[in-house]
Design a protein around this ligand. Structure first.
Ligand code: C2E
Ligand code: MG
Ligand code: MG
Length: 573
């Protein structure tokens, strides 16, 4: 009879390790033609009694129908399946098993082995199997992984030579697959990645689905952290080839966060590996990061920032700063871009680069963006009433991806316009290409609704996203805003100059006008003016300033005050 390992018996938990040799074979009529000794021993039954009996009879009666339904989905294309069920022992007690079933279509036989960890079920626990196996991929879930990790740590404490590592693994840009190809393809990709991970690690290691597009791997008996990199490499190698999902070829990359065994709790270890994975994603994906102290400190900093930001939203600590947008032909003021600033009670003015990414991720950008929209419209309406002297002043407001997904966006815009009485044509909304390209069709519908309100639309940071030019003519936009990375070297780099020239030609053909952002030098302004770019924005004219300073700017420009002239410096190559 199979005995659980002594070190596992000391644990309070009822999880235990099964032998490797649990194997059953049955046919389409569920008749068992092979039963391994280990399996009979695990159930406390006699092998001969089990042979020729019905596989379904081994299962808890409430699990049988689910098993029939799941197996019916197996065929040549999907020959493997994992699911959990309860099995009755000779003494009447139940055992929770995670099955790996393989279908041999040639011989119409099912080969069933069991996942290495099982659970003893008693009383209320009899419902546990559904809870420790992820139903989509059939992999162990987070709680089973934590259990196993705890066992491993327990063993490592007794045997100092046992090294282990935890790897957190996330599919890069999974949301894009889900949004562009649909949820079915998303599910297929998750199953394919799960199978690939499962088939790459050793049978003694473990892979589990943590939720969403995230998996965790537990590698035991490794020399040191560098040994885990071999596993990472093996997985990356497999991802060079695309997955075939319903006749779609889908390429994907994954990011890994690695942490080595330590005395921390399983949840802390998983947290560290997760933090490292986020670091790997931030580096562009497709790589790995090993957790260290610096990373830990960054994670703590980020958490503090998130809490601070929540308070700031409640207390309304955000202000709109304004940066002038200049008509390049005559140097007159055309309008302003509203840029958010956080007036932190202790840290002073914080720039958006330091908090917008966190605000985006947590969804806090939605209330922040809403208040910016209201404030910018109110301010622009006030300037136009009091100071414009007949020449309209527009205001541009940036919209984040999260805002575009918010069902309240159109109502928010309408409310901001109605409350301020700003003519809609004086409101411009800036949207980046990448925000839109996750779901271009949906974005086009939304932009059309905005256009119908009389608002003007601008494509911000143009040239930096990885959008398809083929969509450009379908977007109902008025203006392209060329990113400052192209403007920076326009006076000394042929490539950037040619890029802008080409875009100017294309934009004009499509009936759009252009703004160049990040103009710092008079010679840059001069070159851009010569190319036919209509508007410019940058430190050459003014940095973003508080509303009262912007007001001074309006007054100066209305009184014929000089804007820095577009110098006639020739192109410097
Ligand atoms: P953006 O919309 O492309 O804004 C232009 C950024 O370039 C601003 O940075 C501005 O200060 C900076 N800039 C302008 N002229 C120059 C120049 O001549 N040289 C250099 N080096 N930089 C220049 P800022 O204010 O730090 O904003 C950064 C980004 O944060 C913005 O890029 C925008 O994507 C985002 N952002 C700012 N305010 C908001 C907001 O209210 N809502 C949303 N969703 N995003 C915002
Ligand atoms: Mg902008
Ligand atoms: Mg920009």
């Amino acid at each position: 009879m199979y005995r659980t390992r002594p070190e596992l018996q000391t644990m309070e938990s009822s999880f235990f390790k099964l032998p490797d040799t649990l194997l059953l074979v049955f046919d389409r009529n569920w008749v068992l033609s092979l039963v391994s000794d280990a399996w009979a021993a695990t159930l406390g039954r006699c092998r001969e009694d089990l042979l020729n009996s019905c596989f379904l009879d081994l299962l808890h009666e409430d699990d049988r129908e689910r098993c029939v339904v799941r197996l019916a989905t197996m065929d040549e294309q999907t020959p493997t399946l994992r699911f959990a069920s309860r099995c009755q022992r000779q003494d009447g007690s139940y055992l929770g098993i995670a099955w790996n079933i393989r279908y041999d279509s040639e011989n119409a036989l099912y080969y069933a082995s069991a996942h290495e960890t099982a659970v003893n079920l008693q009383g209320d626990d009899a419902r546990l199997p559904d809870m420790f196996i992820d139903s989509l991929t059939g992999l162990p879930n987070r709680s089973l992984f934590s259990e196993r990790l705890q066992h491993t740590q327990h063993r490592a404490r007794r045997r100092s030579s046992l090294n282990f590592a935890v790897l957190y693994c996330g599919i890069d840009r999974f949301k894009v697959v889900n949004q562009s190809l649909g949820h079915r393809q998303g599910d297929l990709l998750l199953m394919a990645v799960a199978n690939m991970l499962y088939s790459t690690i050793r049978p003694t290691d473990m892979v589990a689905r943590m939720g969403g597009d995230e998996f965790a791997l537990l590698l035991e008996d490794i020399r040191d952290v560098s040994a885990t990199l071999h596993v990472v490499n093996r997985i990356q190698q497999k991802l060079v080839m695309p997955f075939m999902l319903d006749r779609h070829e889908v390429y994907c990359t994954v990011s890994f966060g690695i942490t080595a065994g330590s005395s921390k709790s399983p949840e802390e270890l998983l947290g560290d590996a997760n933090t490292a994975m986020i670091g790997a994603k931030a580096l562009g994906g497709g790589g790995y990061v090993v957790f260290d102290k610096q990373m830990h400190d960054q994670a703590v900093h980020r958490l503090e920032l998130e809490m601070d930001l929540r308070r700031a939203v409640e207390r309304g600590e955000f202000q709109a700063y304004y940066q002038p947008i200049i008509s390049l032909a005559d140097g007159s003021l055309s309008g302003f871009e509203a840029l958010v600033r956080w007036q932190h009670p202790e840290k002073g003015l914080i720039s958006p680069a330091d908090f917008i990414p966190v605000a985006e991720e947590t969804g806090m950008i939605v209330p922040i963006g809403r208040s910016m929209l209201h404030e910018a419209c109110r301010q622009a309406a006030s300037w136009n009433r009091r100071l414009s002297a007949g020449q309209a002043i527009s205001v541009s407001v940036n919209l984040a991806a999260r805002q575009l997904q918010s069902p309240e966006l159109l109502a928010d815009i309408a409310a901001a316009l109605a409350d301020s009485a700003l003519p809609p044509a004086l409101l411009k909304l800036e949207i980046t290409e990448s925000n839109m390209m996750t779901n271009p069709e949906q974005a086009i519908d939304l932009l059309c609704s905005m256009k119908a309100m009389g608002i003007r639309l601008m494509l911000d940071d143009f040239g930096t996203g990885y959008s398809s030019l083929s969509y450009l003519h379908r977007l109902p936009i008025d203006t392209l805003k060329i990113d400052r990375s192209f403007v920076r070297n326009v006076h000394r780099n042929d490539k950037d100059r040619h890029f802008i020239e080409t875009i100017v030609g294309l934009a004009h053909k499509l009936g759009h006008d252009l703004v160049c952002e990040g103009i710092e030098l008079a010679c840059q302004a001069s070159i851009l003016t010569g190319m036919g770019v209509e508007y410019g924005q940058g430190f050459l004219y003014s940095r973003p300033v508080a509303a009262h300073e912007a007001e001074m700017f309006i007054l100066t420009s209305r009184n014929g005050g000089a804007m820095p002239a577009a110098a006639t410096v020739p192109f410097i190559s």
